[in-house]
Design a protein around this ligand. Structure first.
Ligand code: ATP
Ligand code: MG
Length: 440
């Protein structure tokens, strides 16, 4: 299972008289028949000894106080961590101290789930004191030790449980599930960045729907604005599910693009606030995309998403309910406002949204819209300021003053070209520019 590079690390440590095993996610994934992304090594060598053994290599003292040294073989990094036990946890997220130990079993005992507590050595084979292989074969996530204690020590493990349910399509063992429900309020102790990482992995899993169905409480601790969607009956013939169930079914149906899946998760946050029923008792949510956008911004800020992701997700949320047809001018206008990548993602969001409405909903057919997007992008047609036959300097030269007006005039000209009210021609645009400057 191990690459040449990983074998080199284990054998170098062994040659120097230490034990060394591959451990954690890489062993789990290998036993499931999946090639692991990265290989972590656990050893009884102390960090200073590891640094010494690999002095001929590039090493990074990543987290010496936690016992972790990163060794680079070629360009591949390996985390080599000294066997350790974690001390008491008073803050629900970090051990107060870590103690190095000589025992592999003690190191495995500090790990979160039995399937993550298996070690592997190329000659000695598997070490599995907590029967992780049995749980792996049965598709079960079970805490190592008492679940309530383990989740109280570090509440991030509760999010990891739901994340592994989604990614591995495993079930939570009943006591583990019960403790996760009982203690999920403690997720408020966990740093936003760590919650964000788990949320994104969870969203991308094949088993997202099962995981989010079993743990709406955990989902709502990660994204609090989801709470009022749970059980919200939409009273609408277009929807067979409550707003939360619709949302998670739509995420499951969505393309595996993290930005698309995140936008789908947040697209209907505004429904509870905008819900009203008409005389026939039919539910409506007029204006919900704008409210969703406000709540989505709060969520993305709280979870410290980067600006580029935030901007794209908010655009997708704001536009998710805009009807799209294969009308050339509409598509050109959208291309101009959103850009090609975001427009193509908007199609994916709308497909997912429609797929989440009923048991067997068919998504809309956007074949002709996609063809139109390609056609417009491949043609010489102008739909960006960049392609406009005039620029800011040209406008200055005909007496339009520098400043915000200039930008507004340029946009006004672009709209005129997109709407076929003016050819993309320098002279025509410059004479229109003077009219625009008086209007805008
Ligand atoms: P991934 O596929 O996301 O890398 P992983 O299981 O390798 O999954 P990592 O976060 O890389 O997860 O952690 C490596 C190993 O460290 C885990 O398999 C587990 O044994 C242990 N571990 C990680 N986080 C925790 C935690 N919060 N509590 C206890 N053990 C943990
Ligand atoms: Mg890992």
């Amino acid at each position: 299972m191990l690459s040449e590079a990983a074998l080199t690390i284990i054998h170098q440590l062994n040659k120097a008289g230490f034990d060394a095993y591959a451990v954690g996610g890489c062993v789990r994934d290998h036993l499931r028949g999946i090639v692991p992304d990265d290989i972590d090594i656990t050893t009884n060598a102390l960090p200073a000894q590891t640094l010494d053994i690999f002095k001929e290599y590039r090493v990074i003292p990543t987290g010496l106080q936690h016992g972790t040294v990163t060794v680079l073989i070629g360009d591949t990094p390996f985390e080599v961590t000294t066997y350790r036990t974690d001390g008491t946890y008073t803050d629900g997220r970090h051990p107060d101290s870590v103690t190095f130990t000589a025992s592999l079993e003690e190191d495995l005992a500090r790990r979160d789930f039995t399937v993550n507590a298996i070690a592997f050595h190329p000659e000695k084979g598997i070490a599995d004191p907590f029967c992780g292989q049995e749980d792996l074969n049965r598709g079960i996530l079970r805490c190592v030790g008492d679940p309530a204690t383990r989740f109280s020590e570090d509440a991030l493990r509760i999010a990891r449980l739901v994340r592994f349910m989604s990614v591995l399509r495993f079930q939570a063992e009943p006591k583990t599930a019960q403790a996760a429900h009982a203690l999920c309020d403690r997720l408020s102790l966990v740093a936003a960045e760590r919650k964000r990482v788990e949320l994104m992995k969870l969203l991308m899993g094949d088993g997202f729907l099962e995981a989010a169905t079993a743990f709406p409480d955990v989902m709502c601790r990660l994204v609090p604005s989801l709470s009022p969607l749970v059980g919200l009956d939409q009273h609408n013939p277009h929807h067979s599910f409550d707003a939360y169930t619709h949302t998670i079914r739509a995420v499951q149906a969505a393309a595996k693009d993290p930005v698309v899946r995140l936008a789908v998760l947040l697209h209907d946050l505004g429904k509870p606030q905008t819900f009203h029923t008409d005389e026939q008792g039919i539910g409506h949510f007029y204006g919900h995309p704008a409210v969703s956008e406000v709540l989505a911004r709060e969520t993305l800020t709280a979870l410290r998403f980067d600006n580029a992701t935030t901007d794209t997700v908010l655009t997708l949320v704001r536009k998710h309910d805009t009807p799209l047809t294969d009308n050339r001018k509409q598509i050109k206008r959208l291309l101009s406002k959103l850009g090609k990548d975001t427009l193509l993602r908007l199609l994916l969001v709308k497909e997912a949204d429609a797929s989440g409405c009923h048991e067997n909903s068919a998504p809309p057919d956007f074949t002709s819209v996609r063809a139109l997007v390609d056609d417009i992008c491949n043609s010489a047609e102008c739909f960006t300021l960049h392609e406009l036959a005039v620029n800011g300097h040209d406008l200055l030269s005909v007496g339009i003053p520098a400043g915000p007006l200039l930008g507004r005039v340029l946009h006004c000209l672009l709209e005129a070209v997109i709407d076929d009210r003016c050819p993309n021609d320098r002279d025509a645009l410059l004479s229109l520019a003077k009219e625009c400057a008086d209007d805008v």
